[in-house]
Design a protein around this ligand. Sequence first.
Ligand code: SF4
Length: 342
Amino acid sequence: MAKTLNILQKIEAAGLVGRGGARYPTAKKWSSFAQSLKNREIGYIVVNGAEGEPGIKKDAYLLAEKTEAVINGVYLANQFFGNDKIKKIYFFLKHEYHRDYSKKIKEILDTKKYRALSKKIEFFIKPESPMYICGEETAIINIISVRRAEPRLKPPFPTQSGIHNHPTLVNNVETFYDISLVGADNYEGHRLYTLGGAVKHRGVFSLPAVMSVREVLQATNNYPDFDFFVMTGGEVCGELLRSDQLQAPVEGSALVMVFDKKKTDLKKLLAYWLKFYEAESCGLCSACREGSYRLRELSQQTNYDKQLFIDLLDNLEDSSFCALGSSLSLTVKSMMENINKK
Ligand code: SF4
């Protein structure tokens, strides 16, 4: 007789990885949380619907269209870790998502299956500023624990010591959706891609989790018939690629954004990024706090010191505390190296 797998074993067999960009195996995170809970009275679960990367709409799509499946993923987690052990479950949502979807979430939670679960659900609205970093799991833990909105050093990992120093499991909205599919044996190894920019068919598409940029453009009927370049990962924290570099896999938050080469002003694009990073730096580390400011200032000068510009980017890459600072370097360097070699 075939052995019945529990949800953690199913997640492991499915090879599920985190959807926030770091691709950390979900089964490892769950195992660590389960281990920590053995020696502790209580733990917390956070449903991360912060979606701070501009241009990404996958969590919005899931909260609007697959609400019950997301909640069912949370239900399975609560059941697996133990209803008595999980003290509270936070839906950590950006303001618009709370405004648009919390009513629907509450209605589903009010149905018979989820009524017990609903007693421990609390909505938490993501602060408006700094908007980006407030989606990072250790920053979320700080915010809920009423501390400064900045990332924490790891270890200890949130699964060991998170909200109010209790073990905390933070999973993305998309991960809970996938867990629901895994639980029902319906998971097909897909993830959600957001297609944006100068494409014919914008939107969110469910496709195999590992695909090249070219394959995603072709599968969504979006391969351009004009001179173009793309940005993958995110609209701000991503990488620019030429049309002869599309064999690269889609990484990060799975955005593919197409730019019409003739219609794109690279200077304006650079200015948009630098303004974003400067505004979004949480201020914890000087490489990012000062670097993002100096880079923006330099880029506005007519004959700026290019070597200094590159040194600042290198410094960001080497010494940023979190991925936001190093993304600035990756994004800007990809423009300099792949698109605008002057
Ligand atoms: S790189 Fe440093 S300053 Fe920038 S957001 Fe991360 S922790 Fe904050």
